[in-house]
Design a protein around this ligand. Structure first.
Ligand SMILES: NC(=O)c1ccc[n+]([C@@H]2O[C@H](COP(=O)([O-])OP(=O)(O)OC[C@H]3O[C@@H](n4cnc5c(N)ncnc54)[C@H](OP(=O)(O)O)[C@@H]3O)[C@@H](O)[C@H]2O)c1
Length: 208
């Protein structure tokens, strides 16, 4: 599979490593240009290449967006249109600036990303601390396997993203649609940052 990753920080580079280890072809981008990612690309190796954000978006059958939410309007919307996009981003006003729509709870950050890009957005990897994403993968069936909440409007797309999550060592748990489901695993919610099994995460999501 071809995967694009926009954002090469804690989460983006951790996912680049996981996906490359699976044997996938990955193009990763940051804001400063591909040449600034030479060390990361050399260290991870395999099928990882650096590109611009436009190139990563055009390359990926699935594209991860993992930048500060406050900069989402810098994403290459034309290249992302109709793509499957995994949105890892969270709204932190102190970092991102105030977003009146989100402050009023009129919509969610991932719905705004979907509206801006015209992509089929799945919210995932937003609720797991990056070091846990890096270190805590376990084989399928391990009773202690950590679960990751996933929300989105298309079930087939969520299942495809869920397969990728499982391949890198985590269980995906469907939280619902991007709006109703996404609200259940935003910052400040019980699942956010919690390390839970699929059974326990399901129970928690069903309570809210
Ligand atoms: N850290 C966590 O544990 C964690 C967990 C779950 C979710 N998240 C969320 O996931 C997102 C990424 O978090 P992070 O901790 O990985 O951030 P980070 O370490 O600060 O990295 C941010 C990355 O985004 C890139 N970037 C910024 N603007 C860009 C643009 N317009 N186009 C392309 N790349 C751009 C930066 O590139 P430059 O350095 O070149 O500017 C950098 O590579 C955030 O929304 C965060 O809230 C974080």
């Amino acid at each position: 599979m071809r995967i694009g990753i926009i954002g090469a920080g804690h989460i983006g580079s951790t996912l680049a490593r996981h996906f490359t280890d699976l044997g996938e072809d990955v193009v990763i981008a940051n804001s400063r240009g591909p040449e600034t990612l030479a060390d990361l690309v050399a260290e991870i190796g395999g099928g990882l290449k650096a590109g611009t954000a436009q190139e990563a978006a055009a390359f990926g059958e699935i594209v991860v967006v993992s930048i500060p939410y406050g900069r989402y309007r810098e994403l290459p919307a034309a290249e992302l249109r109709d793509k499957v996009v995994i949105d890892t981003m969270n709204y932190y006003p102190e970092r991102d600036g105030q977003d009146a729509d989100l402050d009023a709870d009129a919509t969610t950050s991932s719905e705004k990303v979907q509206e801006f890009t015209g992509a089929d957005v799945v919210k995932a990897f937003n609720a797991i601390y990056w070091e846990h994403l890096r270190d805590r993968g376990r084989p399928a069936g391990d009773p202690a396997r950590t679960a990751i909440p996933v929300s989105g409007n298309d079930t087939d797309t969520k299942n495809a993203v869920g397969d990728l999550i499982s391949a890198i060592g985590f269980d995906a748990v469907d939280a619902g649609t991007l709006g109703r489901g996404g609200r259940k695993h935003q910052p400040g919610t019980p699942p956010y940052g919690a390390e839970l099994t699929a059974h326990d995460l399901n129970a928690l999501l069903n309570k809210s």
